[in-house]
Design a binder for this molecule. Sequence first.
Ligand SMILES: *Cc1c(COP(=O)(O)O)cnc(C)c1O
Length: 400
Amino acid sequence: MEKNLTKETAIEKAEQILYKTYNRYPVVFDHGEGVRLYDSEGKEYLDFAAGIAVCGLGYNDPEYTEAIRQQAGKLLHTSNYFYNQPAIDAGEKLLKASGMDRVFFTNSGTEAVEGAIKIAKRYAFNRDGRGSHEIIAMNRSFHGRSIGALSVTGNDHYREPFAPLLPGIRFADFNDLDSVKALVNENTCAVIMETLQGEGGIYPASEEFIKGVRALCDEHDMLLILDEIQCGMGRTGHMFAWQSYGVKPDVMTVAKALGNGVPIGAFLAAGKAATAMVPGDHGTTYGGNPFVCAAADAVLDIFEKRQMVSHVRQVGAYLWEKLEAFAKAHDCVTDHRGMGLIQGLEFGCPVGPIVSRALLENQVVLIGAGTNVIRFVPPLVITEAEVDEMIGKLEKAVEP
Ligand SMILES: *Cc1c(COP(=O)(O)O)cnc(C)c1O
C-alpha cells in the first residue's frame, strides 16, 4: 500500500480518479473506534450517521472484528455452486428474527430490491401464465440506483435522466391508502414500500396505512414487499420495523446494518412468495459468500447477546426527548419524526449548510434526508451521554 497522502493531495487525486457522481465533504476518514471517527490529520469526530445507517456496532468492535479476521484467514469465497456454514448460520438467525421462510443473500440493498421485484413478477407469472404485471410503489421512496430499483423509486430527479425505466410501475402517496386502492387493477402483482421512508425524509408508515395495504394485498393476491434496508436491523427499536405494526410482509429486503460495513444484503420471503422462484431464476457470484455471511452472523450474534434492540429503545427515547426540546427551542425546526434511532428534524430551509458546519467546525457527522431534513442514524451502540454531546454540537452548528 502507498504511504498516506496529505489531505489536500488525497482530495485532489480522488477528484481526478474517481467517477464523479458525488460532491464529497473535504474530509478523509482514516479509522474509527466506537462511535468516533478520526480523519487523516488525527481530528476526532462524533458519528451520528453510521455510514448511512450501516455501522450499527460502531467502529472496530472487538468481537465483530475478530470474527471477520478469523473468516478472512479461513475462506472468503467459493460460489453458490456449493454450501457454506456461515450462510447457513446467518440465514437461520435472520429467519428466526423475522419469522420469514427463506432468505437469499445479495451484495447490496439495491440487489435485494431487484430480487424482491423478480419474486413479485415470478409469483404473478406462475399464477396467471403470462407477464405484463404491474407494481405499485410510493412517491418520495428510495429503493436504490439500478434500473429496476430506480424504477420503483419515487424521486423524479433520480429517474428522469435514465428514462425509459421498467414499464408498469405506478406511484401512490405514502400513508394515503385511497391513493393505493385507486391504482389496483387486474395486472397489479405487488406493492413495494419502505416501512419507514428514509432518504425521502424520515416518514414512518401510519398503522392504518400499513394494515390497509396488507389487507388490500391479501384481497387482490398481491405481494407486500417491505423495504427494511435502512429501517431494519433494530434501528426502530424493533428488529424489523414492520414488527411494531402487527403486519408481516410477503417479501422483505435488508442490507445496510446487516453487515456492519461488509457489503451484504438479503431478500427474505414468506409463504407463497418463498417458493415462487425456482432453480435457474436468480443468482449471484459473490452473494452469500462465507466472508460476508460470517460478518452478518457475527452482527446477529452480537445483537442478541448485547440486547441491541432494547438498547435502541432506551437511547432512542432519550434522543426523541432531546430532539423534541431542540425543536421547541428553535423556530427554524418545523417537524420532528421517526422511531428509535432513526429520527429526522425538518427545517424551514435547506439543511446543507448546517450539516457541513456540523462536520467541519463542530466535528459531528450528520447527514441530510431530502433537502430540508437532518437525519439522525447513529451507530446503534450510541449512549445517552453521546446524544447530549451531539445536541451541544448541533446547537453550535445551527446558531454559529
Ligand atoms: C440504502 C437503501 C437502498 C439501497 O441500498 P444499497 O446498499 O445502497 O444498494 C434501498 N432501499 C433503502 C430503503 C435504502 O435506504
